[in-house]
Design a protein around this ligand. Structure first.
Ligand SMILES: Cc1cc2nc3c(=O)[nH]c(=O)nc-3n(C[C@H](O)[C@H](O)[C@H](O)COP(=O)(O)O)c2cc1C
Length: 311
């Protein structure tokens, strides 16, 4: 399939494996890129030297294009951007910050820049900042999210109506049907997170992967809107948060319960009670842990079959 997204990234299929803290290291990114999609290394959970190591290993593991996702809310951003330039990474997805801050710097170095947005307003801001494409991410998505609760189904056509640059849909897509639906709504490509979190190559702890497979519809909730809204599996930590909310907590109370390194504890170390378990609503559709290539191939097969059935 050839379209604006395959041409922009020089890839075979318009499928992007989302950058995900504690989940998307070089093994997952390389596996997806080798399978014809675009793999992203998630820099958000990596110290700069760890990121450099992952980039170097990714270059050895694939000769296909891959990128790095940089959530701008984390520290060491300057060092991270310098490493990306030094290591000649061709594509950067920025998120959780102002697209103006780094777009010019990266574009001047010949890097393709994509920014993640959760509203039409931010999509227009990203376009004005000069990015090459936007990821429009709906409320269903795993990880940090927009406050307005705009769903992917409504966000994609609204963003498509306003911007000229390519639109990549994210949030709730884990199948060929989902990919086709996103395209019908106006997306040029899809970014998939949760489904790849439960892949063999994901660096998530096996306890977390098994929990994703066992999560049913309704098993996640968007919380912590006062800090940075995040969609979590309803585990003990989530229930502790709910209890705290009944006491009308201050932002400091919430920060103090959240503490430090909860995401690492849950997703990387496998503490299913005390850890933060970030996943999207579509976890309910995920039935098994599979190799990344099989996930991608299954999506494409279903996409083609369903598309044909409509023609
Ligand atoms: C475990 C996890 C970690 C995530 N970490 C990041 C991140 O570091 N940076 C980012 O921009 N988005 C992050 N996200 C959001 C994804 O990049 C992606 O947009 C989202 O997962 C798409 O929705 P889906 O989960 O329904 O496929 C994360 C999502 C998950 C599930």
């Amino acid at each position: 399939m050839t379209n604006r997204i395959t041409e922009l990234f020089k890839i075979e299929h318009p499928i992007i494996q989302a950058g995900m803290i504690w989940v998307s290291g070089y093994k997952l990114a390389a596996a997806v890129s080798n399978a014809g999609g675009l793999g992203l290394i998630g820099a958000g959970s990596m110290y700069p030297d760890v990121l450099r190591e992952h980039i170097q290993k990714c270059k050895k593991a694939t000769d296909k294009p891959f990128g790095v996702n940089v959530p701008m809310l984390y520290p060491n951003i300057e060092e991270i951007m310098d490493i990306i330039v030094e290591e000649k990474v061709p594509i950067v997805f920025t998120s959780a910050g102002n697209p103006k801050t780094w777009t010019n710097f990266l574009k001047e170095k010949g890097i393709t820049v994509v920014h993640v947005v959760s509203s039409v307003k931010f999509a227009l801001k990203a376009e004005a900042a000069g990015v090459d494409a936007v990821v429009a991410e709906g409320f269903e998505a795993g990880g940090h999210n927009g406050r307005e609760e705009t769903t992917t189904f409504t966000l994609i056509p609204m963003v498509k109506q306003k911007v000229k640059i390519p639109v990549i849909a994210a949030g709730g897509i884990a199948s060929g049907r989902g990919m086709l639906a996103a395209q019908v709504l106006g997306a040029d490509g899809v970014q998939i997170g949760s489904r790849f979190a439960a892949s063999e190559e994901s660096s998530a702890h096996i306890n977390f992967k098994n929990t994703i497979v066992n999560t049913e519809d309704g098993g996640t909730h968007l919380t912590l809107k006062e800090l940075a809204p995040v969609r979590l599996i309803k585990n003990k930590f989530f229930n502790d948060l709910q209890d705290l909310y009944t006491k009308n907590p201050s932002v400091d109370d919430l920060k103090s319960l959240l503490g430090r390194a909860r995401a690492k504890k849950g997703m990387f170390e496998g503490d299913l009670d005390e850890g933060e378990l970030e996943i999207g609503q579509i976890a309910g559709l995920i039935q098994e842990i599979l190799p990344a290539k099989e996930i991608l191939d299954n999506i494409l097969q279903e996409y083609n079959e369903v598309k044909q059935s409509f023609c």
